[in-house]
Design a protein around this ligand. Structure first.
Ligand code: NDP
Length: 607
């Protein structure tokens, strides 16, 4: 075996060693011993933050349901809607949806904060565009259009008649005698179902920062996913006139805050933005959809799948003829490819990794330069510069966030030194030796995305012999393909653990929905009563999956803390991470599995 010298760092406009050191320093000073436990779960005294529905026009009055159905889909967001559509295509009938909100939309039902927009190109993100013949208005859709599209899907597939809205599942219990799931809800329902599909989405349970004194605040407060327009006035386009005499604090500067800060800055008397880690804020560059281009797609049936696959391939670093989406998500991959093509050398994996790091440094230098050239106060600009690799945290894309910090009514409060806001008290926020009195605190503090499953899911799930799912997974996740687990028959989970994660969530939801619909249809066709992973099938998948994760640990450990790396403790999530070769590769695994036809790794129990 020959070793090759690392590629030359000559001609670089930055010093890679200095950047590496700076990244580590910035990471270390944000690491907290309490990791993911620093966040407050929205249960008990905080439940109202999550369970209230400020968008409901009326409260639906209905008697408790005692019913038996074939399939219950929990969740009416895009994953539940896609599960419904794919189930219909697979000929599965007798399914119902249980949805906590008053309409379809899931994340887009709840997240109506001003400026809400999808960072993923609409032609890839909005599901079922070909089936519904819908042309998105712009390359990046705003929340209202996406919410409308959810309702359009509901109408198109006749799902309104099959859905119990304003209904929250409280527990799932498997009855091994009846071979049915008992589903109990906050409405006193007792629903029995042969199959259950958990389509909860990945960001359905908001979380609060566990800041000392958070319960002492006497002013108004809410989480971004329950925006209180009754308090602020206006709507998701802005116009929040009630804030004109208010001092407002926003805690957090993730993807949500980047979008809502500019709208609040337009309306508030004063806005304090409390930032622990700056986001990478790249160009948005939105534009209307070209109707001629759109019309030309009619001649290319299957174009949406092809476009999603193309996006997935570019993100995974696979060769493609053309980067169809060509935006800030795919930029680093494009740079890396052009570096690879510009060298004649046969590259070793180590050299490839070095080049990827250089491409990343280059990209992030541009992001930092964007801050410096937009924000006039040098000290504020320095605070807003992110020092970590682009995909350590969720990148963001916005053209209005950075200029806000040139406004006199906006103050950036850097809380990195204290690893977060230090204290909340009756009149506001006390941190870094200063008191900030405010009328309203808005928590842009994110969701239970990679925290413990009981926190993410929020209700009890008891399988055969009453075993809790959370005990079953206490020492590590055990699944076949991430969707099902032994001891929990006829139970399926659409999510991002032990299967492919994609920045384009609907791509991942759709392929999982299709696969689950296939398994349910096949189980029924083969006369099965129950289906669940065999011990061997599950063991083989866990082994295959965790084996792939080891190489990724170094990258994750070097990252600044966040939910992507379990707040800096990635070893804890090794069995629950993403399928590293990428979503297309994972989908090929599923397609091959279906084509092989033996339901390998699953046990079907026949009466
Ligand atoms: P995030 O988890 O990304 O951000 C939470 C923010 O709160 C972070 O800036 C965090 O800082 C900060 N924070 C937490 N605790 C404290 C504390 N004690 N003191 C000060 N700051 C604190 O949540 P978001 O709601 O912004 O985004 C969640 C996800 O939702 C995104 O990652 C994305 O997947 C999705 N999303 C998608 C959009 C789309 O385009 N499709 C748009 C918006 C959101 P720190 O970083 O230091 O932890």
């Amino acid at each position: 075996m020959t070793t090759q010298a690392p590629l030359s760092n000559e001609n670089l406009a930055f010093d890679p060693d200095a950047l590496r050191q700076k990244y580590q320093l910035e990471r270390d000073r944000r690491l907290r011993p309490d990791g993911a436990e620093q966040y407050l779960e929205m249960s008990g005294q905080w439940a109202a933050y999550a369970e209230s529905d400020p968008y409901a026009d009326t409260i639906i009055e209905r008697a408790p349901i005692t019913d038996e159905v074939n399939v219950v889909i929990i969740g009416g967001g895009f994953s539940g809607l896609l599960a419904s559509a794919r189930m219909m295509e697979a000929g599965i009938d007798g399914f119902h949806i249980v949805e906590a909100g008053s309409d379809f939309g899931g994340t887009w039902y709840w997240n109506r904060y001003p400026g809400a927009q999808c960072d993923i190109e609409s032609y890839c993100y909005l599901p079922l565009l070909e089936e519904l013949n819908y042309m998105p208005k712009e390359k990046y859709s705003f929340g209202t259009e996406i919410f409308e599209h959810s309702k359009r899907i509901g109408r198109h597939y006749g799902l309104y008649e099959r859905t119990w809205f304003q209904t929250r599942v409280r527990s799932l219990d498997w009855d091994d005698t009846l071979k049915r799931w008992h589903i109990s809800t906050n409405r006193g329902d007792d629903i029995r179902a042969r199959f259950v599909v958990m389509a909860l989405g990945t960001a359905s349970r908001p979380k609060l920062p566990g800041i000392p004194g958070i319960d002492e605040f006497q002013g108004h407060s809410f989480h971004t996913s329950r925006w209180d327009y009754a308090y602020t006035g206006g709507d998701s386009d802005g116009g929040m006139t009630n804030l004109s005499d208010k001092r407002v604090a926003i805690i957090g500067t993730g993807a949500t805050a980047i979008q809502c800060v500019p709208r609040v800055a337009q309306c508030a008397k004063h806005l304090y933005v409390f930032q622990r880690t700056p986001s990478s804020v790249d160009l948005r560059g939105n534009k209307p959809t070209d109707p001629d281009w759109w019309a030309s797609l009619k001649d290319q049936p299957g174009w949406q799948k092809a476009r999603r696959d193309n996006f997935g391939a570019v993100l995974a670093g696979m060769p493609v003829e053309e980067d169809l989406v060509a935006d800030g998500w795919t930029d680093v991959s494009r740079r890396l490819r052009s570096m690879i093509f510009s060298t004649e050398k046969q590259l070793t994996p180590q050299q490839m990794a070095e080049l990827a790091e250089i491409a990343d440094f280059e990209k992030m230098e541009e992001i930092r330069h964007r801050v410096a050239s937009t924000v006039t106060d040098d000290e504020v600009a320095e605070c807003l510069k992110p020092y970590y690799r682009q995909f350590c945290k969720r990148p963001t894309f916005n053209d209005e966030f950075l200029p806000c910090f040139n406004q006199d009514n906006v103050t950036l409060v850097d809380v990195s030194e204290t690893r977060g806001v230090e204290r909340i008290n009756a009149t506001g926020i006390c941190t870094g030796g200063k008191q900030y009195d405010v009328d309203c605190i808005i928590y842009a503090s994110g969701f239970e995305i990679t925290t413990r499953f009981e926190r993410r899911i929020g209700f009890a799930i008891n399988g055969r012999d009453g075993v809790s799912l959370y005990d079953h997974w206490r020492d590590g996740l055990k699944t076949l393909h991430g969707f099902s687990t032994r001891g929990f028959p006829n139970w399926f989970y659409i999510g991002n653990s032990q299967n492919a994660f994609s920045a384009n969530m609907t791509h991942m939801f759709d392929s999982q929905a299709e696969h689950i619909a296939y398994i349910i249809a096949e189980t029924q066709r083969r006369g099965g009563t129950t289906v669940e992973p065999s011990p061997e099938g599950e063991d083989a998948w866990v082994k295959h999956f965790t084996g792939m994760q080891m190489g990724n640990q170094d990258f994750q450990i070097a990252c600044t803390p966040g939910y992507y790396n379990n707040e800096g403790a990635p070893m804890g999530s090794i069995a629950g991470g993403a399928y590293l070769p990428g979503i297309n590769h994972f989908n090929n695994v599923l397609e091959d599995w279906r084509a092989e036809g033996s339901m390998d790794g699953l046990e079907i129990d026949r009466p």
